[in-house]
Design a protein around this ligand. Sequence first.
Ligand code: HEM
Length: 147
Amino acid sequence: MHEIVRIRIVALGIGFALLAACAGRDTGIPALYDELGGEPGVAAIVDAFILEIAQDELVRPHFRTIDIAGFRGRLEEFLCVVADGECKYSGRSMPEAHATLGIERAAFNSIVEDLIAAMDSNGISYATQNALLARLAVMEADIVTVR
Ligand code: HEM
């Protein structure tokens, strides 16, 4: 084989190897789900969140008749998916789940405060909290039906 052609093939090989290495490279930025503590972290946040909801006068009345164990499981799955974790959400869409609940903006804002308190008590950094809250804030229009 001609020397130049051989060198080019070797160079191409090195190029592909580098590309493959880059594609699979860890960016050093953990996924949001990892920042929330993965499965045990999100489970702890959801538990604390439910305790906050139980003390929230604006929100608690809506949860009087629901199956809390089922809600806990669906919410864990939902937050996992929202945070790019590898989970499957088995619940309804946000409009479907909240359509008949008559939720006002004040209740939505209050539940956001409950979630912040739950994340605070689990030592989640403000940057991570804000990243999750930003992803949830856009769902307000699907959840608040009383304006
Ligand atoms: C960012 C805000 C919110 C998120 C991410 C969220 C998420 C969810 C999820 C994942 C479910 C489970 C749905 C299912 O099992 O099919 C659910 C159900 C429910 N949510 Fe929300 N929610 C939010 C705000 C609110 C607010 C503000 C209220 C009331 C004040 C509320 C009341 C409920 C109730 C009562 C259920 C149970 C409905 C049922 O089982 O029939 N949610 N929510």
